[in-house]
Design a protein around this ligand. Structure first.
Ligand code: NAP
Length: 502
């Protein structure tokens, strides 16, 4: 293990946060958070939460709800703004923790911190704008208006790949709307979740408004979705769990948003600026070790430039330096854990068996520097059959599947021939082609001449088909998801007469 930039600290002992108290979980199962770049480094240990803890957290959130609902939205927003200030002051330190716990390289962790803080700032400001509309009535001296009221207790269930930004873009709109929160982060990233909740507490949230349960989703996740006191659920994670969460909420008749997997295509057309496309594909496919729901995992090349572009791509891939993301010059960190590494390697074997042409990568790197980490080489397969599993299924690792198209319509067909529909990219200088792509592609987000990744606080984020159900996240849509709309009919004539409206 290199010690060049790493400060060795002893493992933290983490706790649950319920009703404003830091308490031990009741499960006999211990959660151990280790550094995926070097599993000998234990970052944190804790006793996991079980179903009883989840119920206590829901109870605390339900109890705190009436007072929080009655707190003016601008005041709620100011608490979030304070949290954003604290986060900004601690940004560098938290990014380093993120790299050690999740594995992404430090510049990416800093980028995630910046994005999450910006989202909180944006939602904090929305506290001043959380209103409805007024409308004219058909009747004289009547006014019609709408208001937005918080739904109640929100369960927020998040994955490990963006351990700060995803919780931030769900928790901030829930809180500013006046909902109280039970937050269940992925078991692989407890340390980041604890730091975030500590900061929300320090910023002044009243007791019970935010509650944190760290424990196995399989063991106690259902409680957070099934309990009748939970009025809204926001989930991001795999399709398998998302569909289960969606089914339970559907049966209960409560609003739910599930952001799930992706298999995002980038089309590079013959007239494109190939250097620009190259940068975008590299970032999209191998950034965050391919562990982004928005990662570029399918590349569709215009046959006319395919060989040239692949030559450029392979030259760049070979330059990627793998290693501990805290070290300078490292271009790609490890997979998040042994299980994800195993999945990556399994899909590489599947690709080979399916007859795709392995152009580079395809194995674990060897050598002492990689001996204790979950590293996998950046991998590119060419001539992938669009009906194959490698083309159709989410790997969630640095494995890029390439296919070639003779016409733009064929490229579009290839891009749409997939169960997912989160995001996509097209590289072309032809405005007509770009517009055709934007109109016909089955995806929640479209990037023209930019990578498949990324999102901004003020615009909706989310997917279609197997990638998402429910309301979009971020933006006004993400905010309004946590509120009920109420229409008020107000008659101020002062006359005692019945209206003739039917
Ligand atoms: P996951 O296994 O589905 O887990 C997501 C969360 O659900 C975790 O907190 C997990 O807890 C919890 N969970 C597990 N079983 C549950 C149950 N029965 N009821 C309620 N919650 C339960 O997903 P992941 O492996 O963490 O994340 C990777 C996936 O997330 C990928 O498919 C990726 O595409 C997707 N993702 C999508 C987006 C998007 O915006 N579309 C963004 C990021 C990631 P434990 O950790 O304790 O198991």
């Amino acid at each position: 293990m290199s010690t060049a930039t790493k400060t060795k600290i002893s493992a933290a002992v983490l706790k649950q946060f319920i009703a404003g108290q830091w308490v031990d979980g009741s499960s006999t199962k211990e959660i151990v958070s280790t550094n995926p770049a070097d599993s000998r480094e234990v970052l944190a240990t804790l006793r996991g939460a079980d179903r009883a803890d989840a119920l206590r957290a829901i109870e605390a959130a339900a109890k705190a709800f009436p007072a929080w609902r009655d707190t003016p939205a601008p005041v709620r927003g100011r608490i979030l703004a304070k949290a954003a200030q604290i986060l900004r002051a601690r940004k560098e330190e938290l990014a380093r923790l993120m790299t050690r716990e999740q594995g992404k390289i430090l510049p990416e962790a800093l980028g995630e911190m910046e994005k999450g803080i910006t989202l909180i700032e944006w939602f904090a400001g929305e506290g001043l704008r959380l209103g409805g509309v007024t409308m004219p009535s058909e009747l004289p001296k009547n006014i019609l208006y709408t208001t937005r009221q918080p739904r109640g207790v929100a369960s927020i269930i998040t994955p490990w790949n963006f351990p700060f930004a995803i919780p931030a873009w769900k928790i901030a709109p829930a809180l500013v709307s006046g909902c109280t929160v039970v937050f269940k982060p992925a078991s692989l990233v407890p340390a980041m979740a604890v730091e975030f909740v500590k900061i929300l507490d320090e910023a002044g949230l009243p007791k019970g408004v935010i509650n944190l349960v760290l424990g196995s989703g399989a063991a106690m996740g259902d409680v957070l979705v099934e309990d009748s006191r939970v009025k809204v659920v926001s989930f991001t994670g795999s399709n398998e769990i998302g569909r289960r969460v969606h089914t339970i909420c559907g049966a209960r008749g409560i609003p739910v948003t599930c952001e799930m997997g992706g298999k995002n295509p980038a089309v590079v057309w013959g007239d494109a600026d190939l250097d620009l496309a190259l940068g975008g594909v590299m970032k999209g496919a191998f950034g965050s070790t391919g562990q982004r729901c928005t990662a570029t995992s399918r590349l569709i090349l215009d046959e006319r430039i395919a060989d040239k572009f692949l030559g450029m791509l392979l030259a760049e891939v070979k330059k990627i330096k793998l290693g501990d993301g805290l070290e300078a010059g490292i271009g790609m960190g490890p997979a998040v854990d042994e299980s994800q590494l195993k999945t990556d390697l399994e899909y590489i074997e599947i690709g080979k068996k399916e007859g795709a042409q392995l152009l580079c990568g395809g194995a674990r790197p060897t050598g002492e520097a990689f001996a204790h980490g979950c590293f996998v080489e950046p991998t590119v397969f060419d001539r992938v059959n669009p009906k194959s599993r490698l083309w159709q299924e989410e790997v969630f690792g640095p494995v890029l599947a390439v296919a070639r198209a003779k016409t733009f319509d064929e490229a579009l067909e290839l891009a749409n021939d997939c169960a997912f529909g989160l995001t996509c990219a097209v590289y072309t200088q032809d405005l007509t082609l770009a517009m055709r792509f934007s109109e016909k592609i089955e995806a929640g987000m479209v990037h023209v001449n930019s990578p498949t990744i990324g999102g901004e606080a003020q615009v909706p984020f989310g997917g279609v088909k197997g990638s998402g159900v429910g309301e979009r996240e971020m933006s006004k849509e993400g905010l309004h998801f946590f509120t009920e709309l109420k229409t008020v009919f107000l008659d101020y004539t002062g006359e005692r007469r019945q209206s003739n409206i039917y």
